[in-house]
Design a protein around this ligand. Structure first.
Ligand code: ADP
Length: 733
């Protein structure tokens, strides 16, 4: 597993270091503006990657204020100083708003403070304000240096030596209000907080008939409101980008009373802090409450979430996102030339990319301008492709057209869950059923997987039947891990009996996005955790990245006794420093003989006197619990797309009688890079390792070195895996 590992691509470490040595360079890292969960993960990644490439890394405490004040506010970071912060919310280096940095005088002081430590590389984690400030600072840099020289604060040589300031930004903001990145650091965690609250409200509110008006953050951006509405199937949502049409008051009341009539006991209305009407007048949660009470007389409660949304531990997604961005940011700084514009590290699909900072800031400001000028369609478009997609999906799933307005297709479409239950399955079924009904099909539910299919456990399922399904764990339809092989004839008979024209299968190889563990706070202890996944090491690997593991054993990357030895030695060394915690993940099927018990015993024996061990087999709790916001939305959106695809195929097939057996009529839908793609099963077959039930190529494997680097191994990181400065407009990709 170290640099001399024979499996490591030959010469790649050398090439990497030649390419990207940070020797002699100093990097300053700061967090600025509003804090967000995951900022610490970004700081940790910058510090460790910086040290890994041989650079010096400095914390700049309290944002720009610390840079202006200097002194103890700028302090060199070492490896241990970012230990055990991955799971901590907020930012350990502090964040502040700073008036002084808005003035040239303040920035002059800041430049002087940086120069005293030779810092000419700046990594800023903050919102668009902070990044704008950083960009301005970079532009002024040479002028500031000259002024400092004139004042006699630095000499001529220093002006030459430190002539350029490199700037890279990472967006830390819970609002996801920055154009150019699919997700900002903190957004996913904020969604977790919101969904936790909604789930809690839902459980108590079932006993009363109540309407909840929930106000979430987002003064200018409706992302949190929209996505949480999608994730909990809210009755109504108010966003700044997409104000309700005139007459919404009545429409909303009609919808609420209709839902009540359908025996729905709980209404949920989500309001973004900055919600407005088409005349740019605020729509407040209080106003909505008054409306519901005066028009309908319902018992209505307002909940304003406020700072709770910034709190709590960062989600796995935010930790991984921030870690990847931090590593990419350091590479960007090392690769920067005097001509490279300041860039921001962004997420595009599941790729980390670099975009020109000011273009993104400009786009972000354009959205606000569009809203101010009441060009709301432009505002939605400018927010990017996925925002518009979310909005459309929400509208389709929230509002049912009256039956007589839906043209019938006379097609029967069945939905089935197969394989292990996974969080998000119910959201996917709900979405498929509703989109199917809206498309004019008769929707059938198949209960208990292929087993139930063969036995004819098939019933029509309606719009209201799937109400409230998004937040529920497991599979409501029931699923069994039985393959259809032996039932093919019975299934064919059922397909005929029920005239099933299309079948949507939700499930498949084990999937789940949940891994939970808490392994901090105890003394010199190594936790050995076994994760699920069959032969697929995704959970162990990504869990490892999210939790800052020291090793993650997976089937895809064979390991032997030498690797185990080097891991144990590595941990023993680490434990001699101030670091007191070790974490080792082991995928359940990574090796037949190096079992979890074996690894536990090996570490226990070798660690004697230095650390003790605990082991934990996570088992089925990983498949349980309520689905995360990501799974709910992913399930919802992907299923809506699948249904649209089925509808299109059924239309195509209409001219050809009832049969349609083109090569691509059996597809698997998934996300690849940035796009949702339908892949014919025949094609997928060639890309699948059936024995182990995993794809032959797995995108996340290239994140392996990252985990090792951040855990202090001498792993090699192939530069070609990192992003390049791309001049792309995100919504046009
Ligand atoms: P955010 O980064 O979350 O958008 P702010 O807009 O409050 O938060 O910006 C944070 C800090 O960044 C400000 O307090 C200020 O120090 C600095 N900053 C923001 N805009 C500028 C600017 N145009 N010029 C210089 N500094 C700025």
């Amino acid at each position: 597993m170290d640099a001399d590992d024979s499996r490591a691509p030959k010469g790649s470490l050398r090439k990497f270091l030649e390419h990207l040595s940070g020797a002699g360079k100093a990097i300053g890292v700061l967090t600025s503006g509003g804090d967000a969960q995951g900022m610490n993960a970004a700081v940790r990644a910058v510090v460790r990657m910086g040290i890994y490439v041989g650079a010096k890394v400095y914390f700049i405490y309290e944002g720009y204020q610390g840079m202006v004040d200097g002194g103890a506010n700028i302090a060199e970071a070492d490896w241990e100083s970012v230990s055990s912060i991955l799971q901590v919310g907020g930012t350990i280096i502090g964040s502040a708003r700073c008036q002084a940095f808005r003035t040239r005088e303040g920035r002059l002081k800041a430049a002087c403070n940086l120069l005293q430590r030779g810092i000419t590389n700046l990594c800023v984690i903050g919102g668009d304000g902070s990044l704008t400030g950083a960009n301005l600072f970079r532009k002024e840099w040479s002028g500031l240096l000259e002024e400092l020289a004139r004042n006699g604060q630095i000499d001529k040589e220093a002006v030459q030596k430190y002539a350029y300031l490199n700037v890279v930004g990472m967006v830390g903001s819970i609002d996801n209000d920055f154009c150019g990145t699919d997700m900002t650091i903190g957004t996913d965690s904020a969604l977790h907080r919101i969904i936790e609250v909604i789930d809690a409200i839902m459980t108590t509110a079932q006993s009363h008939q109540r309407t909840f008006v929930l106000e979430v953050m987002g003064r200018h951006c409706g992302y949190l409101a929209l996505v949480s509405a999608l994730a909990c199937g809210a009755d109504w949502v108010f966003l700044p980008e997409s104000p309700p049409e005139q007459g919404w008051e009545e429409q909303m009341c009609v919808k609420l009373s209709e839902n009540r009539a359908r025996k729905k006991r709980l209404n949920i209305i989500i309001v973004a802090e900055g919600a407005i009407d088409t005349q740019n007048k605020p729509i407040t949660s209080e106003k909505i409450k008054e409306l519901v009470v005066s028009q309908l007389g319902y018992d209505t409660r307002v909940t304003i979430l406020g700072h709770v949304q910034r709190g709590g531990t960062p989600s796995a997604f935010d930790r991984i996102l921030a870690s990847r961005m931090g590593v990419e940011a350091v590479i960007a700084l090392l690769e920067a030339t005097p001509d490279t514009p300041a860039c921001v590290v962004s997420l595009n699909g599941n790729h980390a990319v670099r975009l020109p900072l000011m273009e993104c800031v400009q786009m972000t400001q354009d959205v606000q301008k569009a809203m101010d000028e009441r060009r709301f369609q432009d505002a939605v478009r400018l927010r990017g492709r996925s925002f518009a997609g979310n909005l459309n999906t929400y509208k389709r799933l929230a509002i049912k057209l009256p039956d007589d307005q839906i043209p019938k297709t006379n097609c029967n479409v069945a939905v089935i869950n197969v394989g292990a239950p996974a969080a998000g399955m119910n959201a996917a079924v709900r979405s498929a059923v509703r989109v199917g009904i809206a498309d004019g099909h008769r929707m059938l539910a198949i209960y208990d997987g292929f087993d139930g299919f063969a036995k004819g456990q098939i019933k029509e399922i309606g719009w209201t039947d799937v109400g409230g399904w998004t937040g529920q764990g497991g599979s409501i339809l029931g699923t069994k891990r039985i393959l259809p092989g032996k039932y093919l004839e019975e299934i064919a008979t059922q397909m005929r009996t029920h005239s099933i024209n299309a079948l949507l299968i939700i499930g498949g190889f084990e999937t789940c996005d949940r891994i939970k563990q808490s392994a901090s706070g105890t003394k010199r202890r190594v936790f050995i955790i076994e994760t699920m996944g069959g032969y697929c090491g995704y959970l162990a690997n990504m869990g490892g990245l999210a939790a800052g593991a020291d090793a993650a054993y997976i089937f895809e990357e064979p390991f032997d006794i030498r690797d185990l030895q080097s891991n144990v030695e590595h941990l023993t060394e680490k434990m001699k420093t101030t670091i007191q915690r070790g974490l080792v993940l082991r995928n359940e099927s990574c090796s037949e003989n190096y079992t979890t018990d074996f690894i536990y015993q090996l570490y226990s024996e070798e660690g004697k006197g230095v650390f003790d061990c605990r082991k934990n087999v996570l088992g089925h709790m990983q498949q349980g619990g309520a689905p995360s916001p990501f799974d709910r939305n992913f399930g919802t959106k992907i299923s809506a797309r699948a249904m649209e695809w089925i509808t299109a195929k059924l239309k195509e097939a209409r001219g050809r009688g009832k049969k349609f057996t083109t090569d691509d009529s059996v597809c698997v839908l998934g996300i690849s890079k940035r796009n949702v793609i339908f892949q014919p099963v025949a094609e997928l077959k060639q890309q699948t390792d059936f024995e182990h039930r995993i794809p032959k190529e797995q995108w996340w494997l290239k994140l392996r070195p990252l985990m090792k680097i951040l855990a202090k191994y001498k792993a090699s990181y192939d530069v070609s895996d990192s992003g390049q400065l791309e001049h792309v407009q995100p919504w046009s990709v």
